[in-house]
Write a protein that binds this ligand. Structure first.
Ligand code: BTN
Length: 255
């Protein structure tokens, strides 16, 4: 499939094997300033990185693993969560397009779930300069044709496992670039409120009570209400709305 974008994926670097595409992007950025939208893809990561020091599993040649270089200089450092919102919506929209009948949700802050299983993860690394953002590395991993996962991953799934259809990775990449561009341009054109509404509408746990583990080990039951500008999650617990930052709570039964 043709890459039908203005800038995302117009400059492509494919590495057969790499430690992590995010690290490769960091190295490239430390030596040069590639065009905005440059994407580094790989067929295999030796040490794929996940959120909070986790690793990211993917066997060879089965899945999407890429890092996109962006320069959202028009975004303030204090608004950096807006980029998470836009990219989460882009990946969610892609997965929904691939499986129109699936219940595709965003598990705060930016995991993509099909029902109760994780199918994609996002790792965004921003370089701040003063009150602005000078560059962003948007790492995306989507389990596409994976059929087996290590047993220590509690709830993984893939597009194949959820739809019984093997996908052509090049086609999925091309659609991903188009979705990233669509949402990134919306963000750039001040449509954060529209995107945020879409993000909140599709939040995992918005429609039913879930259990959360707090930093002191307590387990509380609550219903997700909203995400505020800083990226904090608002949860209704015992009739009272409480705010939590990323490290202040975990979902029970999740990666
Ligand atoms: C997570 O859910 O923990 C985030 C996973 C992000 C994985 C992708 S795969 C491509 C890019 N390179 C990495 O090392 N990580 C991201």
């Amino acid at each position: 499939m043709e890459i039908n974008t203005i800038f995302i994926g117009q400059s492509l670097i494919h590495l057969k094997e790499v430690d992590s595409t995010n690290i490769a992007a960091q190295n490239i950025l430390s030596e040069s300033q590639p065009p905005e939208g440059t994407v580094i893809t790989t067929s295999y990561q030796v040490s794929g990185r996940g959120q909070i020091g986790n690793s990211w599993y993917s066997s060879k040649e089965k899945n999407i693993m890429c890092s996109t270089i962006l320069y959202p200089k028009w975004l303030l450092a204090k608004e950096q969560f807006h980029l998470n919102i836009a990219i989460s919506c882009a990946v969610r929209s892609l997965v929904q397009k691939l499986i129109p009948t699936a219940n595709v949700r965003i598990k705060w802050p930016n995991d993509i779930y099909i029902d109760d299983k994780k199918t994609a993860g996002i790792l965004i690394q921003n370089t701040l300069s003063g009150s602005g953002i000078s560059s962003s590395i948007v790492g995306i991993g989507i389990n596409v044709n994976e059929t087996e996962f290590p047993s220590e991953l509690p709830n993984p799934t893939s597009i194949l496992l959820s739809s019984s259809v093997v996908r052509d990775l090049d086609n999925v990449y091309a659609e991903l670039y188009a979705e990233i561009e669509r949402y990134y341009l919306k963000l750039r054109h001040d449509q954060i409120y529209t995107i945020k509404e879409e993000y909140v509408q599709h939040l995992y746990g918005k429609d039913r009570p879930l259990n959360f583990i707090l930093t002191d080990g307590r387990i509380v039951t609550g219903i997700i209400q909203d995400v505020i500008d800083s990226g904090k999650l608002a949860i209704l617990i015992n009739g009272e709305e409480k705010l939590f930052a990323f490290r202040e709570l975990r979902f029970q039964h999740s990666v």
